[in-house]
Write a protein that binds this ligand. Structure first.
Ligand code: UGA
Length: 444
């Protein structure tokens, strides 16, 4: 199939490259010429495992990039809209979705063949059929359902393993305005054998995406709230509490081969909060959507409140030992919002670093891959950066462990050889509390 993908951000590029790998002819479009040039040179603009190798394999063959939306749409059967939907003020900003819908509509005005426009970006329920569809009709002068089709196909990629998630998905959700749109969308995925396909309307597809992320975010804030209560209670460790909870056979089923521990349970663990480009934005967007519809989303509102307070728990734990932070040498370990990525968007490390700098602490940051990203926000003049874990913890008074990088598993051993071991505040409860001399942890 010939597919055009508009927007070469994280969703667009991964989808485009992987659809090429699955055998489709893909034309990626972006307004950013520099990005287009990089893609055509086989260079991935984002850090994502396996992406560059696939890009190199297909670029110039089944995959091309350009700024020419007209040509891309004219020569394809389906267009995927994968532009950003940033959260601004108190709702998602649909500016790019609108611009692209109008631009595609103008091409459809004199395209003879039937074409399906599919929204891949995460948008609030109703956006595809009440924003995108009317804009396409207005700009094309044609009728949706007759001259062209419209659909919504959310993505469920996790950063860091996005290629793997795309190539081997757990589900394919297709929201089509009618049977014909659905049929074309489903053809894109016939190459994905044996995967559960859910066919529905666009609004339901949009709601599935938000609900899936909101559930995971809720689990995290729930665990964090319980963790904070454990800490306030005393003599209760949230990790033990959650281990006990996870043993419920409905969470970790007992099979003939033994007990299964689904990865879902890892979202029901306490820590210093969730971040990334999805959870915070998506939960806020759903809360805003509820407000607009006269349906207050109190539970999800609290999910955000708990999450925004959580990084400050790290500072409180630090202050138990250093009431005055001025001049205290603190290593912040892990800058990325989670391991396996250089993405620092909404990372708990940001408010933590800011609070430390506000109190004139001497901050050194370390991350296996995200240092360059953090330097855009906090240049080297404002804080120091270490090139290695050893350098980061050398001579510090305290360590704040913010991201669950595997590299940090070695900390207990490294600390045990130091003459004056610093305080370690474990924001992910990833280390054995007995293995570190001066240990503090969330929910302990
Ligand atoms: C999330 C969802 O997991 C994906 O299914 C979804 O497609 C994606 O958002 C999206 O909407 O695009 P992602 O943001 O890449 O994916 O990250 P996760 O791995 O889910 O992590 C999100 C946050 O949850 C991170 O801050 C992380 O620290 C936290 N987390 C993650 C946990 O607390 N426990 C875990 O086991 C995993």
């Amino acid at each position: 199939m010939r597919i055009s993908v508009v927007g070469t951000g994280y969703v667009g590029l991964v989808s485009g490259v992987c659809l090429a790998e699955k055998g489709h002819e893909v034309h990626c479009v972006d307004v950013d010429q520099a990005k287009v040039d990089r893609i055509n040179a086989g260079e991935s603009p984002i850090h994502e495992d396996g992406l560059e190798a696939l890009l190199k394999k297909h670029v110039g063959e089944r995959l091309q990039a350009s700024t020419d939306l007209d040509q891309a749409v004219r020569e394809s059967e389906v267009s995927l809209i994968a532009v950003g939907t940033p959260f601004k003020d108190d709702a998602i900003d649909l500016r790019f979705i609108r611009q692209v819908s109008e631009a595609i509509g103008r091409v459809l005005a004199d395209k003879e063949d039937y074409h399906v426009v599919v929204v891949k970006s995460t948008v609030v329920p109703g956006t595809t059929d009440s924003v995108v569809l009317p804009l396409l009709e207005a700009a094309s002068g044609k009728k949706a359902g007759e001259d062209f089709g419209v659909g919504m196909n959310p993505e469920f990629l996790r950063e860091g393993v996005a290629v793997e998630d795309f190539m081997d998905p757990d589900r394919i959700v297709l929201g089509g305005m009618d049977e014909r749109s659905l049929e074309v969308m489903q053809r894109m995925y016939t190459v994905f054998d044996g995967v559960d396909v859910l066919r529905t309307n666009p609004r339901t597809a949009e709601m599935i995406k938000y609900t899936a992320n909101s559930l995971l975010a809720t689990m995290i804030s729930f665990a964090n709230e319980v963790g904070n209560l454990c800490a306030a209670t005393g003599e209760v460790d949230v990790t033990e509490v959650m281990n006990g909870v996870h043993l419920d056979k409905r969470l970790s089923p007992i099979t003939e081969q033994g007990r299964i521990t689904p990865s879902f349970t890892t979202y029901i663990e306490a820590g210093c909060g969730f971040g990334g480009s999805c959870f915070p934005k998506d939960v806020k967007a759903l809360v805003a959507h509820g407000r607009e519809r006269g349906m207050p989303m109190d539970l999800l509102g609290s999910v955000i409140v708990v999450n925004e307070q959580q990084p400050m728990r790290m500072i409180s734990l630090l202050k138990k030992h250093f009431p005055e932070l001025k001049g205290v040498k603190v290593a912040v370990l892990g800058l990325a919002f989670k391991p396996g990525t250089d993405d620092i968007r909404e990372s708990p490390s940001i408010p933590i670093i800011q609070a430390l700098l506000d109190e004139n602490a001497d901050v050194v940051g370390f991350d296996p891959v995200a240092e360059a990203e953090m330097k855009h926000l906090y240049p080297a003049g404002q804080m120091r950066y270490a090139d290695s874990l050893v350098e980061a913890i050398d001579g510090v008074d305290a360590i704040l462990l913010v991201t669950r990088w595997k590299e940090f598993d070695d900390l207990p051993e490294m600390l045990s050889t130091m003459t004056k071991a610093p305080l370690l505040v474990d924001g992910r409860r990833m280390l054995d509390k007995q293995s570190v001399e001066h240990y503090e942890g969330i929910g302990l």
